[in-house]
Design a protein around this ligand. Structure first.
Ligand SMILES: NC(=O)c1ccc[n+]([C@@H]2O[C@H](COP(=O)([O-])OP(=O)(O)OC[C@H]3O[C@@H](n4cnc5c(N)ncnc54)[C@H](O)[C@@H]3O)[C@@H](O)[C@H]2O)c1
Length: 363
C-alpha cells in the first residue's frame, strides 16, 4: 500500500526581492512537495523581512544557506546578472537549482551551468513555468490532437514602454543581461518551443532607441539610467518542424498595441494563445471557414498565478525518474535563441542553433 504523505523537499531561497513574495505565498498554499526552509539576500534586512512576513524559520547568509544539509534545492531569484554565480555556487555545494529567467546572461555561462550540473549529477531548471499552466497546456493538447492541422507559422509580440514606471529598482532591465528579449522573451520563446518544438535557426534585427532613460517609479523617481542593451528586438525563428515564427520584443513603444500576444497558424485552423506571462486563458480557436473565434474551455488545472510550478515539477521529477519539464535543456535552448537574435543582428547573418531540446511533455 502506498502512502499518501508526500515528502517535502527542503528548499532554500536566494534573492528576496520583488518576485520572491509570489513564490513564498505559493510555496505555503499551492504546492505540497517542497518547503522553503531558509532565505538569503545580499541585503540581509530583505531576507529577514520576508522571513518574518512568511514565517520562514531561517534568514541567513548565502554561504550559510548553501552549507545547510536540510536544503536539497536552491531557488535562485536574484537578478539576471547574478544568476550564473549563485547557481554555480549552489551546484558546487551539491544542491539542485531552480532559477528565475533567464538561465544566465550569456550562452557561454549557461553552457557552463549545464555542464557542471551534468558532472555533479544535479538538476538545473528554470522559469518561466507559465507554459505548464492551464492555458498553454490546453493549446499544446489542441495542437497535438490536430485541431489546427500542421502548424505553419506563429507571431509573438510584447509591445511595451519599459519597466521604469512601476519597478522599484528597474536599472537591471537596461544593463547587460537585460533588454526586452532577455526579460520577456523567455515567456514567449518557451511557449513557442512547448507549442511547436525546438528551433533550428533564428534571424534578428535590433535597435536601441534611447541611450538614457528616466525612472518614474518610487523610490528612485527622477534618476537617469544608462541603456547598455538593445531595447527593440525583431526576429524570425525557423523551427525544426518547418514552422516559422515572427517575434517582436520591445521596451521602446508608446501607445502601441498587439491584439494577440501569441498566435499559432495551421493548415486547418489557428489558435490565439493566452498571454504567456500568465497561467490561465482565454484560449481561442478558429477552424477554416469559421467567421469567428470561439473560446475553448481549459483542459488542465493551474490557471491562477502558479509561479513555483516548474520548481514543484523539478522536485517531483527527482523521485519519478524523468526529466523536469522546465529543465536545463529547455532553458539553455531559450537562452541560445535570445542570444541568437542579437548575434544575427550584429553579424547580419542567420544564426543556427547548436543546443537541441525536446518539446516538453504534457503535464
Ligand atoms: N519582478 C517581476 O515581476 C518578475 C517577474 C518574473 C520574473 N522575474 C525575475 O525574477 C528575478 C528577480 O527579479 P526581481 O524583480 O525580484 O528583482 P529585485 O531586484 O526586486 O530582487 C532581486 C534580489 O536579489 C538580491 N541579490 C542580487 N544579487 C544577489 C546575490 N549575488 N546574492 C544574493 N542576493 C542577491 C537583491 O539584493 C534583491 O533583493 C529576475 O531574474 C527577474 O527576471 C521578475
Amino acid at each position: 500500500m502506498g502512502s499518501s504523505v508526500v515528502r517535502k523537499v527542503g528548499v532554500g531561497l536566494i534573492g528576496c526581492g520583488n518576485i520572491s513574495s509570489i513564490y513564498l505565498k505559493n510555496a505555503a498554499s499551492a504546492f505540497d512537495n517542497f518547503e522553503i526552509l531558509a532565505l538569503a539576500d545580499l541585503i540581509p534586512e530583505r531576507a529577514a523581512a520576508r522571513a518574518a512576513e512568511f514565517s520562514i524559520p531561517k534568514a541567513c547568509t548565502v554561504e550559510q544557506l548553501l552549507r545547510d544539509p536540510a536544503i536539497e534545492v536552491v531557488l535562485n531569484l536574484t537578478i539576471p546578472v547574478a544568476h550564473f554565480a549563485v547557481t554555480k555556487a549552489a551546484l558546487e555545494a551539491g544542491k539542485h537549482v531552480y532559477l528565475e529567467k533567464p538561465l544566465s546572461i550569456t550562452l557561454a555561462e549557461g553552457e557552463q551551468l549545464a555542464a557542471l550540473a551534468k558532472t555533479k549529477g544535479l538538476l538545473v531548471g528554470g522559469a518561466p513555468d507559465t507554459f505548464l499552466g492551464a492555458g498553454i497546456q490546453t493549446c499544446v493538447k489542441l495542437i497535438n490532437d490536430g485541431w489546427i492541422g500542421k502548424p505553419v507559422g506563429a507571431t509573438a509580440a510584447m509591445v511595451s514602454g519599459g519597466h521604469e514606471g512601476w519597478h522599484p529598482d528597474p536599472a537591471f532591465y537596461y544593463q547587460t543581461g537585460g533588454g526586452p528579449m532577455f526579460d520577456m522573451g523567455p515567456y514567449y520563446l518557451t511557449a513557442l518551443v512547448a507549442l511547436l518544438g525546438p528551433a533550428a535557426s533564428v534571424a534578428g534585427m535590433t535597435a536601441t532607441t534611447w541611450e538614457k532613460r528616466l525612472i518614474t517609479s518610487a523610490p528612485k523617481k527622477g534618476t537617469m539610467m544608462d541603456v547598455e542593451v538593445p531595447t527593440h528586438v525583431t526576429g524570425l525563428i525557423s523551427f525544426a518542424s518547418g514552422a516559422i515564427a515572427t517575434v517582436v520584443m520591445t521596451f521602446d513603444v508608446k501607445g502601441g498595441s498587439t491584439q494577440v500576444p501569441l498566435e499559432i497558424w495551421g493548415t486547418e485552423g489557428s489558435l490565439q494563445v493566452p498571454d504567456p506571462n500568465t497561467f490561465g486563458g482565454p484560449v481561442l480557436f478558429r477552424r477554416a471557414g469559421e467567421p469567428k473565434w470561439s473560446e475553448v474551455p481549459l483542459l488542465f488545472g493551474r490557471s491562477e498565478n502558479s509561479r513555483g510550478l516548474g520548481l514543484s515539477d523539478l522536485i517531483a521529477s527527482l523521485s519519478q525518474n524523468r526529466a523536469p519539464r522546465a529543465g536545463v535543456d529547455l532553458t539553455l535552448h531559450v537562452l541560445e535563441l535570445m542570444q541568437g537574435f542579437h548575434v544575427s543582428s550584429n553579424t547580419g547573418r542567420r544564426y543556427r542553433m547548436r543546443h537541441k531540446c525536446r518539446r516538453p511533455t504534457l503535464s
